[in-house]
Write a protein that binds this ligand. Structure first.
Ligand code: CAA
Length: 386
């Protein structure tokens, strides 16, 4: 009997340097509690020039791949909104770095933070029609709003990689989902800009409205059943946003049911509070955080996942933990990665933020920043990335 289709393995990578948000608050003449409580973030990952979405994505995926998994892959989808090329898919660079088979489909998907969920849904369809093959879905992003902007404190960098298969080990995803598409200008980045634009408060309103609508529709379809829901995960641009989503559920279920979701929510934001917004990967970083920080979850526990991409696309879907999911976690490794990072002072962070790749395609050689990460950008030459 098949356990269905879903996430078989998953992992994340974040660069090895961060800025402490209390120090950032002081430098911006803001009360630190605004960042710690009002926004709900403690540290923010800072991507050095040699860790871009390609190398971060490959670094997240590398530990998931053995020879059998590599040979079984039929699809690689990389979701990102920090694209490095208007034409060539970032996924093709990753495909080469990971030495994946040539006979597979490789592509990049864009729809803001929803891109990885789009990839996951495509991957699920793929493994349903090719149950003997696997798919690799990667979410990789660098969130940039600019120095001294309201969005600055909600930046971050990192990647999540997931192997999707039949008979998964971690999370079997149910076919019934609720999806919604609505064109909005809540958050966007035109081609000429290296930083995102946001109508911040409006973006929060659209996120919450689309979550409420999705929840109501899922309830009408009998998908939510709070008494059977062990956790509700959110896209987490910053932890307060997910908390606002969670709070819309208060009063829609018993206090016991809400209390359980509220407790589990705290475990789902532990990693994100240290990393910041990783756009496409944020929902899945929340999943890893929950699984690695909550020892009370059991196989068969069911959870909701709310994916939101500005612009806007939303999807609420559900999954059940599979037997043996604990064996696929890497709590010690992930904690060591977060604790082993170097703290940058605000001046150093600003220097890294302003450093970038040459814009004329001329030769550039980069210094390696993270010797624990197998993949990194070594430089540029003749408009080509090395
Ligand atoms: N102590 C505690 N809390 C404090 C405080 C203090 N001293 N001072 C202020 N706060 C609280 C405020 O009350 C407010 O709380 P609520 O949101 O609960 O009302 C919170 O801190 C934020 O303060 P402001 O209302 O002054 O808002 P801001 O001007 O700092 O902007 C923001 C906040 C809109 C989130 C901004 O950071 C932003 O534009 N971020 C980028 C856009 C974004 O992430 N939007 C999320 C939805 S879109 C999405 O999810 C996709 C995506 O990934 C981008």
């Amino acid at each position: 009997e098949t356990r269905g289709f879903g996430i078989d393995k998953l992992n994340f990578y974040t660069p090895n340097q961060y800025v402490d948000l209390v120090e950032l608050a002081r430098a911006r003449c803001v009360d630190p509690d605004k960042y710690l409580i009002g926004i709900g973030q403690e540290r923010m990952a800072v991507a050095p020039v040699d860790q871009d979405i390609v190398s971060m994505g490959a670094n997240a995926a590398e530990p998931l791949l053995d020879d059998v998994t590599r040979a079984s892959l039929g699809l690689l989808v990389l979701g990102t909104e920090s694209g490095i090329d208007q034409s060539k898919a970032a996924a093709l660079f990753v495909h080469q770095l990971l030495a994946l088979p040539e006979g597979m489909r490789v592509m990049e998907i864009k729809e803001a933070c929803y891109g990885a969920t789009a990839g996951l849904m495509v991957a699920l369809d793929f493994v349903r029609s090719h149950p003997d093959r696997r798919a690799l879905v990667i979410a990789s992003d660098i969130a940039r709003y600019g120095l001294d902007t309201p969005g600055e404190v909600t930046q971050g960098a990192g990647a999540v990689a997931m192997i999707v298969s039949a008979d998964p080990t971690v999370l079997a995803i149910e076919p019934g989902t609720v999806v919604a598409s609505r064109s909005t200008y809540d958050f966007w980045r035109p081609n000429y800009s290296t930083v995102a634009f946001a109508q911040g408060k409006y973006s929060e309103e659209v996120y919450l409205a689309m979550f409420r609508d999705a929840w109501n529709r899922a309830s009408q379809m009998g998908l939510t059943c709070p008494e059977g829901l062990a956790a509700q995960l959110f896209h987490i641009p910053f932890s307060k946003m997910g908390r606002k989503g969670l709070r819309t559920l208060q009063g829609m279920m018993t206090d016991d049911d809400y209390g359980r979701l509220a407790n589990r929510f705290e475990d789902s934001i532990r990693y994100g509070r240290q990393v910041g917004n990783i756009y496409t990967g944020s929902l899945y970083l929340g999943l890893i955080s929950l699984l690695e920080n909550d020892s009370s979850l059991r196989p068969g526990d069911r959870m909701g996942l709310f994916s939101y991409g500005s612009g806007s696309e939303a999807e609420l879907f559900f999954g059940k933990l599979c037997s043996g999911f604990q064996s696929e976690l890497n709590s010690a490794g992930h904690r060591a990665m977060l604790e082993g990072r170097t703290k940058l002072c605000v001046e150093e962070y600003e220097r890294v933020f302003n450093a970038g790749l040459v814009q004329d395609g001329s030769r550039q050689v980069l210094e390696r920043s993270d010797f624990d990460a197998p993949h990194y950008l070594t430089g540029l030459d003749r408009h080509q990335r090395l």
